[in-house]
Design a protein around this ligand. Structure first.
Ligand SMILES: Nc1ncnc2c1ncn2[C@@H]1O[C@H](COP(=O)(O)OP(=O)(O)OP(=O)(O)O)[C@@H](O)[C@H]1O
Length: 220
């Protein structure tokens, strides 16, 4: 018997403001697998990530973790401890040091000793004692990647993780995703920018509303 997929979306649809945002989405993710969510602005990538995080419920269909519905209260309290969430809202406290901004997540996780190493790994070793307000946008994104490493939970849900990263930062991101998958982690990335993830599935969400033809469409 093949193993039960860890994460499954079955016939999932989602309505927002009386409009269908997602229609009949199906996929399964096993330990070590990755999914790239792509599609135009407004096609529902973040909405789908939020469903996977259990932040909202599907209007139809079901999201399963180990065959259990993730939105059932008893299941969600365990499932949420499996998740690492990275989004454009970085939850970085400007008045805290760079190290504190990672360490607080590690401490809340009941762990110690990972934050400094994680920050060094993402290239912020020299800045650990600086206030976070000094960081550039790309450095703030690196802090978020350091949190992924310091907390080290199995399911990573990443919304536009490479925005603002330079080419070295993108390579670091690709490397940590690869290592996480080698250790049996699952990675779901919503992105407009190419991120190399070997053997990743791609789900391209369709344009929600047919657009009028633009000058760019006419040229092509
Ligand atoms: N809470 C909400 N209430 C109403 N509509 C919403 C809500 N969240 C998202 N939407 C709508 O759902 C659609 C999909 O939004 P979503 O943010 O998921 O798209 P996206 O593919 O992530 O877009 P982008 O590439 O611009 O980040 C949009 O039309 C958006 O306006």
């Amino acid at each position: 018997m093949p193993p039960t997929p860890r994460l499954v979306l079955r016939n999932v649809s989602c309505m927002r403001n009386a409009q269908v945002v997602l229609r009949d989405i199906n996929f399964s993710l096993n330990p070590g697998s990755a999914l790239a969510l792509t599609g135009p602005n407004g096609s529902g990538k973040t909405t789908l990530l939020r469903l996977l995080a259990g932040f909202s419920r599907p209007s139809a269909g079901v999201a399963l973790w180990n065959s259990l519905s993730i939105t059932d209260p008893g299941v969600f309290s365990l499932y949420k401890l499996q998740l690492n969430w990275l989004s454009l809202k970085d939850a970085i406290k400007d008045k805290w040091t760079v190290l504190d901004n990672v360490q607080i997540f590690e401490l809340l996780e009941g762990k110690v000793g990972n934050s400094q190493k994680a920050l060094e790994f993402v290239g912020l070793g020299r800045l650990v004692h600086d206030k976070a307000r000094m960081l550039s946008m790309g450095q703030r994104k690196r802090v978020q990647i350091a949190r992924l490493l310091a907390i080290d939970r199995p399911i990573w849900l990443l919304d536009e993780p490479s925005v603002a990263l330079d080419s070295e930062g993108v390579k670091i991101l690709e490397y940590v995703i690869k290592e996480h998958r080698k250790n049996g982690g699952i990675v779901v990335v919503a992105t407009h920018l190419p991120i190399k993830m070997e053997d990743a599935m791609e789900l391209r969400l369709p344009q929600r509303f047919p657009r009028r033809m633009t000058l760019v469409d006419m040229v092509h």
